[in-house]
Design a binder for this molecule. Sequence first.
Ligand SMILES: C[S@@+](CC[C@H](N)C(=O)[O-])C[C@H]1O[C@@H](n2cnc3c(N)ncnc32)[C@H](O)[C@@H]1O
Length: 218
Amino acid sequence: MSADMRAMQTSAIGARAILHEVTVTNDLPLLDNWATLVVTSPPYANNFDYADATRLEMTFFGDAVGWGDLKGIRRQLVRSCTQASTGHSGKVRELLSDPSLDPIRSEIEGVCSELKSVRETKGGRKPYHGMIAGYFVDMATAFQKLRPKCAPGVTMCFVVGDSAPYGVYVPVERWLGELAQAAGFGEFEFEKTRDRNTKWKNRKHTVPLHEGRLWIRG
Ligand SMILES: C[S@@+](CC[C@H](N)C(=O)[O-])C[C@H]1O[C@@H](n2cnc3c(N)ncnc32)[C@H](O)[C@@H]1O
């Protein structure tokens, strides 16, 4: 990486990229029909706390000194971990009744109800049902915010993996593809790059998982 950077810095005249710092679930400060290509690596629905990672990164760069400087960050992030999710039954029901989930409602309700039952048998009682509901509402919102900013015929590449919290399988890439279509995008296909959860002896569950590129076009 440092060799690449040195090579670029000797030949580059100036930055050619224009950076917009945005939260993808908010309105995007971009012209309509602007993007012809979207390449992204969004959070996976696998309980990694990006607020914690952000705290580390911002502290390293001197942009934050403590949790106080990071107030509100967790609220802006896609809900992909239990720290950002609710286990409150009424709130989960509210999330699940969000109209953005209509295309996957029958399936996601079944998965969340199973997660809620399994939770009662576990010491940690993690609210994975709330995490999954929040994750798909947020990702559906992201597709809705992206649609007007993308030109007709856009190509989008989402690096994603599926998930099985408490061993309950969640078909992440298919559901994301269906939510993207409901937001007005066209065809989608998944190109697997590797299997996951096949090697380690201390796995929390043995459901085979994979990750790869979700291509969405149109
Ligand atoms: C799988 S990581 C990708 C990291 C990136 N490829 C990199 O090398 O830094 C997912 C990233 O999405 C960011 N993220 C989560 N919610 C977001 C949101 N609502 N808007 C924009 N970015 C978000 C996280 O902070 C995290 O940096």
